[in-house]
Design a binder for this molecule. Structure first.
Ligand code: HEM
Length: 514
């Protein structure tokens, strides 16, 4: 049922009837719909194995990359296969990525594809809507991601990272993936929601309930089908209710009292006004904020973890990054300008980590009209995926695709890549809205960490991958923190620079996902 709040009524809101219809998430009806759609389009799917196979289904859910590359070799850039009951179309390679994201996005919807599965938690944000509803929301949100907003967010990023690093002692084993997740969530609480992550009734509680909701998407797909009391689905509903209570109360408070001097994204969304004078309703602000939390937090954490993993295995690259940091920063925290342009060794290594392990490894769509690509017909209603992960491992585009070679991303070599070849942030008009925010988080965290510590893998550690909700190290990434031997003496903070939140020490956010 739609929320009716006094504060919403005061807001000149867009015609709410244009809000997308709720999606049916009942598993039985969803599966029946998949089968019906396939029957209608029988004989019109791109080539590939169409029979039911347990082995293929397991490969798809556990280790899809080799399967995708094999089928690409056999059938070319567009193919299909059945996983469990479901026929999926895959489009791989630079031309396919360009077709889906840039030249022919009109054939695709996000909401009716697998991204729609996220609506029970994130609602109707820009990740799960299409058409004019999406475009208007994105237009209203863009200013919240402009340079000026980012510059104030950087203070939050630095102070939170410094605080989090204070807990590290030389020789200690730290799960750097979980550590970064906790840190990224604190940053999101402050920079996106403007909530204090140490306030147990608000910021910390909101983070905890968000994590409880997110846990639903990290469990096995068959458990997600269960309904009824005590099931993961019921826990998701409860988490959403608890989260919403806090978020709606904060929106109402800001509408009542205003938010002078606030630079967080929530305030920017409440203030945002479209050309026709309309603004976001409370419900829209909530959905966009939870969408941003969802899209921004695991992605940045996974990029940090994979980068540290590769740096621990490539001491030469680590040394180059360290030398660059010493030269450019001389022990100071980085500024926005330094992070974006003055640390090319770091940037190249991050780009290469994103190539090998793109956190959003799949771009899920639904074809809303039939089309032809590379000589194959793709029927209306088909579930179509592009995959940055598979595209980034094609040897004719990235020679020695398994090797970690940051030099591939020197300015000249990056510019010479074919269009659509490198797409860790997607592409076209729906390219990641938080790209710069996410890059800034990753660069800040890694820079400050490497200024103090030298991360090492535990002997015998073997990387295993989790696929959902983002590509990440399964079971975490334990590393040994060795203090940097020639650690530069920290210069006193520049005037007006980072104010440490002393109050913040000692408290921690709930982390109960894995
Ligand atoms: C390293 C960090 C990140 C990576 C690798 C990443 C990757 C991506 C990718 C690949 C897409 C497009 C997906 C598709 O085409 O299906 C996307 C979209 C999106 N991302 Fe990110 N992202 C990151 C950080 C962030 C952050 C920090 C935020 C928010 C603060 C964010 C918010 C979004 C949103 C809202 C969309 C949907 C945009 C739209 O449809 O208009 N992302 N991201």
């Amino acid at each position: 049922m739609r929320r009716s709040r006094a504060s919403s009524r005061r807001v000149m809101s867009w015609d709410q009837s244009s809000r997308p219809a709720p999606l049916d998430t009942h598993p039985v009806r969803v599966i029946a719909g998949h089968l019906r759609d396939e029957l209608r389009a029988l004989g019109r799917y791109p080539p590939g194995p169409s029979g039911f196979s347990i082995g293929r289904t397991l490969r798809t859910t556990r280790d899809p990359l080799p399967l995708l590359l094999e089928l690409y070799e056999k059938h070319g850039p567009v193919f299909s296969f059945r996983a469990l009951h479901h026929r999926l179309v895959w489009m791989i390679g630079p031309d396919a990525n360009q077709f889906i994201t840039v030249s022919h996005p009109e054939h695709f919807h996000w909401r009716e594809g697998h991204l729609g599965d996220l609506t029970p938690l994130i609602g109707d944000g820009i990740l799960t809507t299409d058409g004019e509803y999406h475009d208007r929301a994105r237009r209203l949100m863009m200013p919240a991601f402009h340079q000026r907003q980012l510059e104030s967010a950087i203070e939050v990023m630095v102070s939170e990272t410094e605080r989090a690093l204070e807990g590290w002692a030389p020789g200690q084993v730290v799960d750097v993936y979980e550590w970064t997740r906790g840190l990224a969530l604190r940053i999101a609480m402050r920079a996106l929601l403007g909530l204090d992550p140490d306030d147990g009734d608000h910021g910390a509680a909101a983070a905890h309930h968000f994590e409880r909701g997110l846990a639903f998407y990290g469990i096995d797909a068959h458990l997600r089908l269960l309904r009824g009391p005590g099931t993961p689905w019921a826990r998701l509903q409860g988490a959403r209710r608890d989260l919403d209570e806090i978020v709606y109360a904060e929106i109402a408070r800001r509408r009542r009292h205003g938010a002078p001097g606030r630079t967080d994204v929530m305030s920017a969304l409440i203030e945002a006004e479209d050309e026709d004078g309309s603004r976001f309703s409370d419900e829209e602000v909530r959905d966009q904020l939870v969408t941003l939390m969802f899209a921004g937090h695991d992605t940045s954490s996974s990029n940090v973890a994979f980068l540290l993993y590769e740096l621990a295995r490539h001491p030469d690259v680590l040394d180059r990054i360290r030398d660059e940091e010493r030269r450019v920063l001389a022990g100071d925290p980085p500024s926005a300008a330094q992070l974006h342009g003055q640390l090319p060794e770091l940037e190249m290594a991050i780009d290469e980590a994103l190539r090998l392990y793109p956190p959003v490894w799949i771009g899920a769509r639904r074809a809303v009209s039939g089309f032809e690509f590379a000589g194959c017909e793709v029927p209306e209603g088909a579930y179509v995926n592009y995959s940055s992960w598979a595209s980034h491992r094609l040897p004719h585009v990235f020679p020695e695709p398994e090797a970690f070679k940051p030099e591939r991303f020197s300015r000249e070599r990056k510019a010479a890549l074919p269009k659509g070849a490198y797409i860790p942030f997607g592409g076209g008009s729906r390219i990641c809205i938080g790209k710069r925010f996410g890059q800034t988080v990753v660069r800040t965290v890694v820079t400050l960490l490497l200024q103090r510590f030298h991360p090492r893998l535990l002997p015998g550690y073997e990387l295993r991958l989790a696929l959902e909700p983002t590509l990440s190290p399964r079971g975490g990434l334990p590393m040994v923190a060795r203090e940097e031997p020639d650690r530069p003496r920290r210069n006193p903070p520049r005037s007006g620079a980072i104010r440490q939140n002393r109050r913040a020490r000692g408290a921690s956010l709930g982390r109960d996902r894995r």
